[in-house]
Design a protein around this ligand. Structure first.
Ligand code: PLP
Length: 353
């Protein structure tokens, strides 16, 4: 592989670390490579961040053959930069690619290009507490033709965005609306893939959630509208009668790396954690019995997002007095401690650059 590097002549001023928000600022460079049927992935290059030239007929604009990943680079207390389970993201990328007929990437090669890009952009990894550099790998179909078929040409790219502390104002539990009209995914569809289309289809629920004063929706399964799947674009955990329960992955749920890490850490921390189907009725029954102890979402952006209220129609159920529970809190501290290099990484999850 010959990685070509073209550095910018116009480096940007770094944004104010106290007002980064999420995904608003981008670094000076990006990684890009092309795919051509018969040749494979080629022309790996790091170039100045900037617009793409594409035909208005580019297939991704019409048929949505687009997948992505999301992970972060963290600033350690010793000033070095580290990644959290990056190969998990690259391997998941290939599982998403398979589902959408996008050619697989060579994960080792892409990892090497990513580390080179991060080396060039090292100063963009912010230093303030809770901030990080969000990494967005993605692939899109580029053929400039309107026929519906698997594309023959693609771009794979990595862009980087310094992001703020998700909880600058503290970990405030959110209100969640149980969505009973729309569904996000069904088994056999692409719910397990990190595909752009899964987001497009879920946006409508934002409206209903906001109309009920809620931050996100709780997705139920698409067949019976009975079993719990995810919360917004996060995985979900319930603590009932001492046990942590998260819905089992059966094709319609995205297998989060945070979810997987929480399951693995929970065991180490002495919590009993299981993956199984869980119905909304079981959750409401536990609430009625007083055994519903905690509910929280998990994902790379927020890590842990406690749920303070569940809203179903005009009924509202308060969880853990609307506060963040001790289990969510302990897991949050442990996981973010490992991610930011503040706690010893016994699991060997981090990669120091
Ligand atoms: C990305 C994503 C998650 C969380 O995955 P992580 O690997 O933990 O960031 C959960 N659900 C959906 C739908 C997602 O797209």
């Amino acid at each position: 592989m010959a990685l070509r590097i073209e550095l910018t002549n116009n480096p940007k001023a770094k944004p104010d670390e106290s007002a980064l928000g999420f995904g608003k600022y981008f670094t000076d460079h990006m990684f890009i490579m092309d795919y051509t049927e018969g040749i494979g992935w080629h022309d790996e290059r790091i170039v100045p961040f900037g617009p793409l030239a594409m035909s208005p007929a580019a297939m991704v604009l019409h048929y949505g053959q687009a997948i992505f990943e999301g992970l972060k680079a963290y600033r350690r207390p010793d000033g070095k930069i580290q990644l959290f389970r990056p190969m998990e993201n690259l391997n998941r990328f290939n599982r998403s690619a398979d589902r959408l007929c996008i050619p697989r990437i060579d994960t080792e090669m892409v990892f090497n290009c990513l580390t080179k890009l991060l080396e060039i952009e090292a100063d963009w990894v912010p230093h303030s507490a809770g901030t990080s550099l969000y990494i967005r790998p993605f692939a899109v179909a580029m053929d400039p033709v309107l026929g519906v078929h698997v594309a023959n040409t693609y771009h794979f790219m990595i862009i980087l965005s310094p992001v703020g502390n998700y909880y600058a104002e503290g970990l405030k539990p959110v209100r969640i609306l149980v969505e009973d009209e729309y569904v996000r995914a069904v088994r056999g569809g692409m719910g397990f893939a990190k595909a752009a289309g899964n987001y497009a289809v879920s946006l409508i629920a934002d409206h209903t959630a906001k109309a009920h004063g809620c931050a996100q929706v709780l997705w139920l399964d698409g067949v019976e509208r009975k079993y719990i799947e995810e919360v917004g674009s996060m995985n979900i955990f319930f603590k009932i009668n001492g046990q942590l329960i998260t819905p089992a992955l059966q094709g319609s749920i995205l297998g989060g790396i945070t979810r997987k890490s929480v399951l693995e850490l929970a065991g180490k921390m002495g919590f009993d954690a299981v993956e199984r189907q869980i119905s909304i009725d079981e959750v409401l029954q536990a609430h009625a019995d007083g055994t519903l102890e905690e509910v929280f979402g998990t994902g790379t952006a927020a890590v842990i997002s406690p749920v303070g209220h569940l809203v179903i129609g005009d009924k509202e159920y308060r969880i853990a007095d609307g506060e963040m529970g001790p289990c969510a809190s302990a897991i949050y501290d442990k996981l973010t401690g490992i991610q930011f290099g503040k706690l010893e990484d016994e699991m060997d999850w981090t990669v120091v650059l």
